[in-house]
Write a protein that binds this ligand. Structure first.
Ligand SMILES: [Zn+2]
Length: 445
C-alpha cells in the first residue's frame, strides 16, 4: 500500500512529487536503499521512509571512541562557522537594558564549542545534545549540556534570546513540530538561527557544486530544504520574519542559513550585511587565544589547547603574518619534541588504522607540516627545509586520508608544494619529476 506520505510533499503538501534518486543507506539500523523524492512545487528533496536513526544509542563506550573526539578538537572542528553562528546572534539580539546576560540555546550543538564562544562573550548558554558528543563536550569544555532531545515543557516558554540549530532540521522527520517547539522557547525579541544543506545544488546540476556528499547523507538526512521550503515551514510555525542566505561549498550555495524572528523589525532586509568576515575572524582568533590563556593558567594541555594552538599558527601563516605565527610554532615544536616526533622520526611513521594513527601523532601534524613548509619558504626563505616539511606533510596527510572517513586533497597539495620548494631551491629536474607524478595521479591539480 502506498501511503499518502509517499505521494505528497512533506513540506508543502503538493502532489507534484517524483523520484529524485536512490542511494545506499548510511543508516546501520536499516539496510534498505533510500529512494529520495523531489517536490517540483517547493523544491524539497525528502526521504519518504524517514528512517529512525537513534542518536542517543550511537555509542556506548565513550573511552573507545575518545580519539575521534580528540581528532575533532585538534583539527576537524570548524571554529569559524561556529563563531559565525554566535556572531549572527550577537548582531541581531541587542544587549539587555538591565545588562543581564542574554540566553543562548544550541540544539544538537555537538561538543558545544558554540556555547563556549557564546559564554565567553557574556551569554548564558545551554547545549541540548543527546549524542555522545555532548558528553565529550562536557569533559573538554566548561559548558552546560542537557543530554536529551529538546521537548515541550522542559524550560520556561519564550526564555531564550537566541536559539541555534545547525545541521539539525534535515534530520528531523517532523519539522513543523520541531520549529514550533523552537518558536515556543524563543523570546519575542529573539532570533532562531538554522543551518541546513541546500537542495538547490542537488536539483540543479547547472549550479556546479562539486561537494554534495554531506548534502544527501542517505538514511540519516530526511529533508533537504530549498530556500523557499525552509522559509515556508518557518513562517507557518510562528516566525513572522525570515531571511535565508546561502553559503559555503565550492559555489557558495551548498548550505542554507535561516534567520527567523517571531516579530518583524529585527532583521535587516539584506541579511548578508550581518555577516562580517573580519569580525568573525577576530572572534575566532580571540576565542582560540582565550582557550590557550585559560588552559595555561590552569596548567591544562588537552586536545582543545593543542588544536587552538595549531589553528592560530595556521591562521597567521595563511594571512602571511609570520611574526604573529612564531609563538604558536614554538609551542607546537616543543610539544612535538616532547612526544619524540623529531624530523627524522616523523617521515617513518606508518599506521594501518585511525586509532593507530592517533596513538602516534597529534591530529594536526600533517597539516602543521604543510603550513610549516609555507612558513619556511615564504618567511625563512629556506627552500631545503620547506621541501623537507612539504615532503613530510605529504606522507602524514596520505596516511590520515587513508584512515579517516573524511579524506581530502591535502597530501597532493603538499606534494605540489614540495615541487614548488624544489623549484625555488634551483632543483628543476627533481621538481619536474614531482609535477609529472602529480599529473598522473590528479590531472585537475
Ligand atoms: Zn513541496
Amino acid at each position: 500500500m502506498i501511503s499518502l506520505a509517499t505521494t505528497t510533499c512533506r513540506i508543502c503538501g503538493s502532489e507534484a512529487v517524483r523520484p529524485h534518486c536512490t542511494m545506499p543507506t548510511l543508516n546501520p539500523n536499516n539496510a534498505d536503499p533510500v529512494g529520495f523524492l523531489q517536490c517540483d512545487e517547493c523544491e524539497t528533496i525528502f526521504d519518504p521512509a524517514a528512517g529512525s536513526f537513534d542518536y542517543v544509542d550511537e555509542a556506548h563506550d565513550l573511552d573507545a571512541v575518545w580519539p575521534a573526539f580528540q581528532y575533532y578538537f585538534e583539527v576537524l572542528a570548524g571554529v569559524n562557522i561556529l563563531a559565525k553562528l554566535v556572531h549572527l546572534a550577537q548582531s541581531i539580539v541587542p544587549p539587555k537594558q538591565d545588562r543581564s546576560p542574554r540566553s543562548f540555546m544550541d540544539i544538537g550543538g555537538g561538543t558545544g564549542i558554540t556555547c563556549e564562544i557564546a559564554n565567553r562573550l557574556g551569554w548564558k548558554s545551554v547545549n541540548f545534545e543527546p549524542c555522545p558528543a555532548g558528553y565529550f563536550g562536557e569533559r573538554m569544555l566548561d559548558i552546560k549540556v542537557v543530554h536529551e532531545y529538546l521537548g515541550k515543557g522542559m524550560l520556561p516558554e519564550h526564555s531564550f534570546d537566541a536559539i541555534v540549530a545547525s545541521e539539525v532540521i534535515e534530520h528531523v522527520p517532523e519539522p513543523d513540530e520541531f520549529l514550533s517547539l523552537i518558536a515556543n522557547y524563543l523570546s519575542v525579541d529573539g532570533v532562531a538561527i538554522l543551518t541546513t544543506p541546500n537542495s538547490a545544488p542537488a536539483l540543479h546540476k547547472s549550479i556546479g557544486e562539486t561537494d554534495l556528499d554531506e548534502t544527501y547523507c542517505p538514511g540519516i538526512h530526511v529533508n533537504l530544504f530549498s530556500a523557499r521550503s525552509l522559509e515556508q515551514v518557518l513562517r507557518r510555525n510562528g516566525f513572522a520574519d525570515v531571511r535565508i542566505i546561502t553559503a559555503e561549498g565550492t559555489t557558495g550555495q551548498k548550505r542554507l542559513f535561516a534567520l527567523a524572528c517571531r516579530r518583524e523589525g529585527l532583521l535587516p532586509l539584506d541579511a548578508r550585511t550581518l555577516v562580517d568576515k573580519d569580525v568573525i575572524d577576530k572572534m575566532c582568533v580571540d576565542h582560540l587565544r582565550w582557550v590557550l590563556d585559560t588552559r595555561e593558567q590552569s596548567d591544562r594541555r588537552d586536545s582543545w589547547y593543542r588544536g587552538a594552538c595549531f589553528r592560530l599558527f595556521e591562521y597567521y601563516v595563511n594571512k602571511g603574518m609570520f611574526e604573529e605565527a612564531e609563538p604558536y610554532r614554538e609551542l607546537i615544536d616543543a610539544h612535538l619534541l616532547e612526544r619524540g616526533l623529531t624530523n627524522d622520526v616523523v617521515p617513518l611513521i606508518q599506521a594501518a588504522n585511525f586509532f593507530e594513527f592517533m596513538r602516534q601523532v597529534p591530529a594536526y601534524l600533517g597539516k602543521y607540516c604543510y603550513f610549516r613548509g609555507i612558513y619556511e619558504l615564504n618567511f625563512r626563505h629556506d627552500a631545503a627545509n620547506a621541501r623537507a616539511y612539504f615532503h613530510t606533510a605529504h606522507h602524514i596527510c596520505a596516511i590520515q586520508e587513508s584512515v579517516t572517513s573524511c579524506p581530502g586533497q591535502f597530501s597532493l597539495l603538499a606534494r605540489f608544494h614540495e615541487g614548488l620548494a624544489l623549484l625555488s631551491g634551483g632543483q628543476q629536474e627533481e621538481a619536474l619529476d614531482v609535477f609529472e607524478e602529480l599529473e598522473k595521479k590528479s590531472p585537475q591539480l
